[in-house]
Design a protein around this ligand. Structure first.
Ligand code: BG6
Length: 469
């Protein structure tokens, strides 16, 4: 739709930026922190581990001062479950509570709204050893952990996110390092884990409303528009299949408390249906989100599945869908350019995704990730000319504005990432930040913070409330 008048961003729009604990903090075994599945996992050869990351744990004050200088209105970060409960449950680690108390207070002292992800891929390893999400006890452990977070931080945190990218953990857990390769019938087991995570999420949403009536809580999956490769009806059905399995399964459960029917018939067809105990659907229904947070990097394009060996059931990456025999086949979109890491760049797809989510659920939307991973170059005089990142973000912000004009209730935009950090599986060289961290894949150098060109650009965007982009 062409608009003659473009609406401005709302006055109190949450201009922010994001990180996650294990990718930015470092201090992986300090002050009583227990190991997580990420700490105990393998990292692809040639990429950094997460032990030091950006050393944010020791430098958070300096980092927050920089966020404030950039003008951030909000900062989306995650709490490491293993800092609060080193073993996932049991005794609280007071130093973990103290760290996040300090972090939250520091943000508030700079008028930056904390947006807290309760769990971002880093399940406590002690829980994993007992079966992780396959074990229903993990639901109780998460609920107990949620209760602790609301008790200690609920007086100051107004925005909570339950689970980061649950859909990516289920679909691409092997890539993200969250998948337990020892399980026997992995696909079926994964959907049982999924069911348990949905229960955990619903319980947390209910608890949040009871304990923190002034706070808001929502899910944070990765949601993208799925295009059919052509107007061939078979391709359209394939796109609808993938969209239900990848997107709507997760949001229908979070918002309506029910399983999406197309996704459910897929689970039946494949023999992946989870065991649903009596009362489970009641639990799902009782947890209601106040908003939908979602991460967006790219769209996917799919064609009819040929149901033969040319249709591989695998993926090289969480944003590059290859397909599943009999269901859909991922193809590349000839209209889109790609990042240095092969992710298709689709700002208009962002507008479309916002519209689709808005149409289905009619809830406020919060973008909790969007950004460009690139090999940045530190030049003479501490300069990083990341014009390509500015270009990427500018185009997405323009489309967000159009989506608002379309009638989408968008309450905030938090690009990934506030500062350079370790990518999920492509190391430190794949940088996303507005702030450069002076380290290499393995050489930690001095970890000095350097403002990139995009830092100054984003500052202007925020200052002008999205008018000067
Ligand atoms: C999302 C995750 O999948 O994408 C982040 O929530 C991640 O944790 C981001 O870092 C970018 O992906 P990657 O693989 O480039 O780090």
């Amino acid at each position: 739709m062409y608009h003659k008048f473009i609406k401005p961003f709302p006055k109190d729009f949450l201009w922010g930026a994001s990180t996650s604990a294990y990718q930015v903090e470092g201090a992986w075994n300090e002050d009583g922190k227990g190991p997580s599945v990420i700490d105990m996992g393998k990292h692809p050869e040639g990429t950094s581990d997460f032990k030091v990351a950006s050393d944010h744990y020791h430098r958070y004050k300096e980092d927050i001062a920089l966020f404030a200088e950039m003008g951030l209105k909000a900062y989306r970060f995650s709490i490491a479950w293993t800092r609060i409960y080193p073993k996932g449950t049991g005794e609280i680690n007071e130093k973990g509570i103290a760290f996040y108390n300090d972090l939250i207070n520091e943000l508030l002292s700079h008028n930056i709204e904390p947006i807290v992800t309760m769990y971002h891929f880093d399940l406590p390893y002690a829980l994993q050893e007992k079966g992780g999400w396959s074990n229903r006890e993990t639901v109780d452990a998460y609920e107990n952990y949620a209760k602790t977070l609301f008790k200690y931080f609920g007086d100051r945190v107004k925005y909570w996110l339950t689970i980061n990218e649950q859909n990516m953990m289920i679909l691409y857990g092997a890539v993200l390092g969250t998948f337990d390769s020892k399980i026997e019938n992995p696909q079926k087991e994964l959907y049982q884990q999924n069911h348990h995570m949905l229960l955990a999420q619903a319980k947390a949403m209910k608890l949040c409303h009871e304990m923190c009536p002034n706070a808001k809580i929502g899910p944070a999956p990765n949601i993208i528009s799925i295009y059919p490769a052509s107007s061939k009806p078979e391709d359209v059905i394939a796109a609808s299949n993938f969209s239900s399995i990848r997107n709507w399964l997760y949001l229908d459960a979070a918002v309506f408390g029910r399983y999406n029917s197309i996704a459910w018939s897929y689970l039946e067809e494949k023999g992946y249906t989870p065991i649903i105990q009596e009362g489970d659907m009641e639990i799902l229904k009782n947890g209601k989100p106040d908003f939908i947070a979602f991460n967006y990097y790219s769209t996917s394009t799919v064609a009819e599945s040929k149901n033969d060996s040319s249709n591989k059931n695998s993926t090289g990456d969480q944003q590059i869908a290859i397909g599943e025999p009999g269901v859909y086949r991922g193809v590349s979109n000839p209209y889109l350019e790609k990042t240095q890491f092969g992710w298709e760049i689709d700002p208009i797809g962002f507008r479309n995704t916002l519209r689709e989510i808005n149409e289905r659920y009619n809830l406020p939307l919060l973008v909790t990730e969007n950004g460009l991973g690139a090999y940045d170059k530190l030049e003479e005089g501490d300069v990083v000319n990341d014009d390509y990142r500015i270009d990427f973000l500018r185009k997405h912000i323009e489309q967000a504005k159009l989506a608002i004009t379309d009638g989408v209730n968008l309450i905030g935009y938090c690009p990934w990432s506030a500062i350079d950090l370790v990518s999920t599986h492509q190391g430190f060289s794949k940088r996303y930040g507005f702030i450069y961290v002076n380290r290499d894949e393995f050489d930690l150098k001095d970890l000095r913070r350097i403002k990139k060109k995009s830092f100054y650009w984003y500052k202007d965007v925020i200052e002008s409330n999205g008018e000067k982009i």
